[in-house]
Design a protein around this ligand. Structure first.
Ligand code: NDP
Ligand code: MG
Length: 397
């Protein structure tokens, strides 16, 4: 077995930490080539001392200089900025890239890795939502294998016929009828719209089953996360919107299901811990220990299912509308959502205004053409952010 060299984009985040936890359990299999962060210098310094990567990347020159001081004497090459992220994601020695930057900022370095044919462990769903066609085409052309890290998509991947795991066309031949993505329903599953108007950022980040970064936690609370995941599933597995069902399953034990023509449904179950999908993707097609305790079915005892309520969770409806509209609509949805979530976390707008703002920006940019290039995607993303920013000011006033 040869050692795999890994770049972890977004090493200081929640997925980054789970990745490094799994990597550290298997020093004979994995070596860290590069670790990246945006601005948490001390956290990245601690990870560099532990894993001694060949490269470390931060957002700014000033932060990179601070990291150099902190790591004086260690053989870690330190750089900063977008080009450095793309370089450590696509460098020759790299076998696999964990794409765990949050938001649209993850697109460029992940695409750079795809274009060099790297194995992509894809957590950064926003890059697929923003430019799914472009990204999947780049992977096909360069022969890059994409292994989904998002727990639902990883579950689907595990339940697909093996031939369909690498080739969308094989889904039909393999008898797949539908994909069912499970959703916990988030912390506000039982709240009325009125009650949701008063919730705080900390309420929204208190997810019942998962510990995650703050942006995706708010997305789970609005259920935009599930909407983004429907779009993500469309790009990964090639099914149209109407064959991608969402099922609210509050226990988060079944991570998703695949329904076949003969009436069979295959599901993947496990404790809600990201180290399972991460270990699956790192070792694929082998299996390794992830550190996750086996699921105790007697303690779980009961599994519940209910349909999603798009009246109380309009973000889910908006994401489907974006997928159905095609063109640049999903890119606009994603950008507006990132601005709206950041404004909510800064207490500049209320929780229910997140979806209002996204809908407003989608209407303003309706009919935006699809993103044929990364520059086009970045330009449309910027336009939607700017409109959303104006919307925040108007609502905060
Ligand atoms: P976190 O907020 O915990 O971590 C984000 C990481 O990205 C940090 O390392 C951060 O650096 C870095 N980062 C943020 N902005 C930038 C930027 N502009 N340029 C470069 N790096 C940046 O996020 P999560 O780990 O929760 O999520 C990461 C991705 O994985 C998201 O796309 C999310 O949707 C997806 N995902 C996460 C799951 C989870 O369980 N957390 C589950 C499924 C998917 P710094 O620390 O310096 O700010
Ligand atoms: Mg998920």
């Amino acid at each position: 077995m040869s050692v795999q060299h890994i770049t972890v984009l977004g090493a200081t985040g929640s997925v980054g930490a789970s990745t490094l936890d799994v990597v550290a359990r298997h020093p004979d299999r994995y070596r860290v080539f590069a670790l990246t962060a945006n601005q948490r210098v001390d956290e990245l310094a601690a990870l560099c001392r532990r894993f001694v990567p060949a490269h470390a990347v931060l957002g700014t020159a000033a932060d990179a200089a601070r990291l150099r001081e902190l790591l004086a004497g260690l053989p870690v090459e330190i750089s900063h900025g977008q080009q450095a992220l793309a370089d450590v994601a696509s460098a020759d020695p790299v076998d696999a890239v964990m794409a765990a930057i949050v938001g649209a900022a993850g697109l460029a370095p992940t695409l750079a890795a795809a274009r060099r044919g790297k194995r992509i462990l894809l957590a950064n769903k926003e890059s697929l939502v923003m430019a799914g066609e472009l990204f999947m085409a780049a992977c096909r052309e360069a022969g890059a294998v994409v292994l989904p890290i998002d727990s639902e998509h990883n579950a689907v991947f595990q339940c697909l016929p093996p031939a369909a795991q690498s080739r969308q066309a094989a889904l039909a031949a393999g008898g797949v009828r539908r994909i069912l993505l499970t959703a916990s329903g988030g912390p506000f599953r039982r709240l009325t719209l009125d009650q949701m108007r008063a919730v705080s950022p900390d309420d929204a980040c208190a997810h019942p089953n998962w510990r995650m970064g703050r942006k995706i936690s708010v997305d789970s609370a609005t259920m935009m996360n599930k909407g983004l995941e429907v779009i993500e599933a469309h790009h990964l597995f090639g099914l149209p919107s109407q064959r991608l069902e969402v099922v609210v399953h509050p226990q988060s034990v079944i991570h998703s299901l695949v329904e076949y023509l003969d009436g069979s449904m295959l599901a993947q179950l496990g404790n809600p811990d990201m180290r399972t999908p991460i270990a699956h993707a790192l070792a694929y097609p082998e299996r390794v220990d992830s550190g996750v305790a086996p699921l105790d079915l007697f303690r779980v005892a009961q599994l519940d299912f209910e349909p999603p309520d798009t009246r109380r969770f309009p973000s889910l409806r908006l994401a489907r509308e974006a997928l159905d509209a095609g063109g640049g609509a999903a890119c606009v949805l994603n950008a507006a959502n990132e601005i709206a979530v950041a404004a909510f976390l800064d207490r500049r707008i209320g929780f229910t205004q997140i979806a209002d703002l996204v809908e407003h920006v989608m209407q303003s940019l309706a009919g935006a053409p699809g993103c044929a290039s990364i520059d086009a995607a970045i330009a449309l993303d910027a336009e939607a952010r700017s409109l959303a920013g104006q919307g925040v000011v108007a609502r905060a006033a």
